[in-house]
Every structure is written in C-alpha cells, then in structure tokens.
Design a protein around this ligand. Structure first.
Ligand code: SIN
Length: 312
C-alpha cells in the first residue's frame, strides 16, 4: 500500500491531487464533478470582485503532445458566488476546499479577503498573483516590490495560513529575491508553482494565423512543455522556503510527472491541461499510477521521497 495523503495549510488532504484553479471550477456543477471524483481536494476559479465574462474566443486551444495555450481572461462569477459556495460547503467532507482570489487591484483583493475573513470559514485561500491574461494588468508576481506590498496588506488581514499562486521565475536571482520576501510572512503557508508560462504565441502553420484570439494570440502555456520549468520552480522554492509548503502545477499527465513534482519538493499537485482534456475521471488513473510507482520503488508515503531529488 502507498499512502498518498498530505497536508497543506495545516489541513489534511486524503491524496495530493486536485485541479489547478481555472479548470472545472467556475460553476457549482463543475465543482460537483470534482467532489465526485477521486481528487484529494478542489479549488474554485480565481474570483475577481465583479463577475467577468473573460476574453473573446477562441481562448483555449490544446497543442497535441505539447500542452495548451490559453488566454481566458479570468471569466468567473464574481467573488460573492464563491463565498456563497464556501458558506454552503460541507466541511465534514474529507476534501478541504480551496478558494482562489485574483483581484484586479490590491483594493479588490482586500475587499474580497475581508468578506471571507468576516465569514470565518474553514476554506483555504490561494491568492493568485500570476494571471498573464488580463489586458493591461501585468502579473503581480513579476513586480517584487508590489508583491511585497500586497503581502504586507493581505497577510495580517487573512491571519490564518494561506497561499499564493506564482508565475514561473527563470533566474536564480529572482528565486532568491522572491523567497526572501515570502519568508517574511509567517502565515504565508504555501506557494503554488507555477501558473502558465505567460505570453507564448502558437501559430497555425497552414493558415499562418495565431491559434487564439485575445491579445493578438499571446497566451499562457501549460501542460507537457512547461514540466521542467515547473519542476525547477517547485524545487527552487522548496529549497528556499523551509517553513512553507509548495504545491506543484505544470506538465502532469501521469503518475510519473506527479512523482517528479514530489521528488522536487511538492506537497500537493494540481493539474490543469490534462484535467481539461481528460475530465475528472483522470484522478483515479493518476492516483493509481503514482501508487504503482511508489510501490515499485519501495516508498510507503510521500514523505519518503519528497524533496529528495539527487544532484550530480
Ligand atoms: C485566466 O483566466 O486567464 C487564467 C487564470 C490564470 O492564469 O491565473
């Protein structure tokens, strides 16, 4: 037997897998399919203060064998919808509920956080500092000063353990600088690495046309092509944030990539593109594949190999 249970923000998850915010989680009916699946948890679509329709379509396109490109533009029902969902949620359920917030400015994040704090619910907040797809709104995670300012405001408001969703970083100096900021905030309990690799461009060879409509075809890259960037970010923050946990996202299509994320240091694993393509029944397959790998390698729990990637 292999034990896939884990904990994030002091809360137990029966297994390490759940959806990446954005996939299968905008509406209650989709969240229900996650609840009915073998995922270990679920997270809602990143909420903005007001409901948003998002960017024009086509805005998500799978890239076979590579992953996907998207520029959704934060379509969501507005934070009150997710607050109501969180109020109705059955917290005796073994799956803890994560709520993703993505205010378009700090004020919006403050107002949303205050509403959740007032409601005093046992859900866990993941604040999204990394959406690359809202025209005119740069990714906060790439502006270290603004990100620290946001954390200075939000961390004391939230008080409880919470997390942030980060963009991928590509330079050791940026891993160092970002981690130095995160280590200043005790109740920043986890970082989720990575959001899509922002502003890629996919072009159809025959028609010589960009594959998605928003932003002249520029969009976030996800899936297989970002696996190694995701693993590097998970490992970089695992090494630099000794008192925090890392949730790995990016390039997981089977138990094998999930195993690599844990080996890099992930305490939980979120799945985006593969979930979008395969649907929530994917969770039973991927769990079984990871269990089989752990049994074959003689690991009984995730702790046995978490963060234990060898270097040469
Ligand atoms: C989107 O809605 O554009 C995707 C969300 C994100 O990348 O944070």
């Amino acid at each position: 037997m292999a034990d896939l249970s884990t904990s994030i923000a002091g809360v137990k998850l029966p297994n390490l897998f759940f959806n990446a915010s954005g996939v299968c989680c905008q509406h209650e009916e989709e969240l229900k399919t996650l609840l009915d699946s073998e995922s270990g948890s679920l997270i809602t679509k990143s909420a903005t203060y007001e409901k948003r329709l998002g960017n024009p379509s086509p805005r998500y396109v799978p890239l076979p064998g590579l992953g996907s490109i998207n520029s959704m533009g934060l379509p969501n029902e507005g934070y009150e919808y997710y607050l109501e969902y969180a109020k109705k949620y059955d917290y005796t359920h073994e799956k803890p509920l994560f709520i993703s917030l993505s205010g378009l400015c700090l004020e919006d994040n403050v107002k949303m956080v205050e509403a959740f704090v007032t409601a005093d619910l046992p859900c866990i907040l993941e604040v999204n500092f990394s959406c690359p797809n809202v025209p005119g709104k740069p990714q906060l995670g790439y502006d270290l000063e603004a990100m620290e300012n946001a954390l200075n405001v939000l961390a004391p408001l939230i008080k409880k353990p919470f997390g942030i969703k980060l963009p991928p970083y590509f330079d050791i100096a940026h891993f160092d600088a970002a981690a130095a900021i995160f280590n200043k905030f005790d109740n920043l309990s986890f970082v989720t690495c990575i959001n899509s690799v922002g502003n890629g461009l996919a072009i159809d060879f025959e028609t010589e046309t960009a594959l998605i409509k928003p932003k002249d075809g520029f969009g976030g890259l996800g899936g297989t092509m970002v696996l190694h960037t995701a693993l590097a970010n998970v490992n970089a923050f695992y090494r630099r944030l000794p008192n925090k946990k890392v949730i790995g996202v990016g390039g997981v299509t089977s138990g094998k990539e999930a195993f690599l994320h844990v080996l890099a240091g992930a305490s939980a694993v979120q799945i985006g593109t593969q979930l979008k393509e395969e649907g929530p029944q994917m969770f039973s397959r991927i769990k079984k594949e990871l269990e089989d790998i752990m049994i074959a390698k003689g690991y009984k729990s995730l702790d046995d190999f978490r963060g234990k990637v060898k270097t040469l």
